[in-house]
Design a protein around this ligand. Structure first.
Ligand SMILES: [Zn+2]
Length: 77
């Protein structure tokens, strides 16, 4: 997945400003949404992955991906 290689700057250019962080332990699968504002544009999303520790099970390392918000276009078709 090319997504994992992009920088936060590239992510923000394509829309998302938040990140979804998943525990790498599939038995746990805890996930949390965080704000990407804490990191500058040149940081790669994949560089963040080793920095997280799961708050549910204590596993070090996470899968991080952009959080695509549902489009908020007004009218019902
Ligand atoms: Zn976990």
């Amino acid at each position: 997945m090319r997504e994992q290689k992009i920088t936060l700057g590239e992510m923000r250019e394509s829309g998302p400003t938040r990140l979804l962080v998943f525990c790498q332990d599939f038995r746990c699968a805890h996930s949390v949404a965080i704000d990407g504002d804490a990191w500058p544009d040149h940081v790669r999303i994949s560089d963040l992955e080793p920095k997280f520790t799961c708050q549910a099970c204590g596993h070090r390392g996470a899968d991080v991906r952009p959080m695509f918000e549902p489009a908020r276009m007004g009218t019902d078709a």
